[in-house]
Design a binder for this molecule. Sequence first.
Ligand code: CDP
Ligand code: CDP
Length: 224
Amino acid sequence: MKKNIQIAIDGPAGAGKSTIAKIVAEQLGFTYIDTGAMYRAVTYKALKENIKLDDEKNLEEMLLRTEIELKPSPNGQLVFVDGEDVTKKIRSNEVTANVPQVAALGKVREILVAKQKQLAKDGAVVMDGRDIGTHVLKDAELKIFMSASVEERAKRRLLDNEKRGIPSDFEKLKEEIALRDQQDMEREISPLVQAEDAIFLDTTHLSIEEVAEEILRMAKEKMA
Ligand code: CDP
Ligand code: CDP
């Protein structure tokens, strides 16, 4: 019988985590959990309710009365906040630029990490984020730390934004990505760092198919 393992994928913005995680989950019949979408959902609601993004107490109180749901659909994962479909809205430039500030707060992380652990408790999951291998799923059977040059990641984001109809400029995107990486790596609580037992994958010159194939190969080994 095959084991229902946990797969943790971490890395900076635009490394290809969610694209690959989705493919790997689909191929293995596992559940995909996009933790970044949860931090984005909290940030979206905080902006909507005009809550100061450094007001930890107020954000905690808001989060405790907020329902965040990730639902699979034929067109990809949908994200709901209190029943509202915010899948597109949480990808706006405003939300993206402000997530690291909200994600740096201990109380916010505590609540979301508890939810993430609960979702993954039975295994058969692929979870991507920044602290999955180091904090959320410390015992995951397979941990990947994925990265790519900042130029390549900005190029990918530019294409993504074009497809979504979000106007953007390459140089500005590069700066924004580098700033977000820095904020995520330098925060005190659960910073973005490679777990000791994670496998490093540089995807700069790899296609989506090549990366997915490599991870699927490793996953199948662990499941055997
Ligand atoms: O898709 P992209 O790489 O742009 O970002 P994301 O995965 O949606 O995450 C957005 C932001 O949420 C990150 O820049 C982090 O500030 C935060 N995040 C986090 O702190 N911990 C996680 N496990 C996932 C995301
Ligand atoms: O989740 P994360 O921010 O790490 O990245 P993503 O949203 O999965 O990937 C950003 C973009 O890069 C997507 O449009 C992917 O299709 C693309 N990509 C790529 O061109 N080559 C790869 N090896 C991986 C992702």
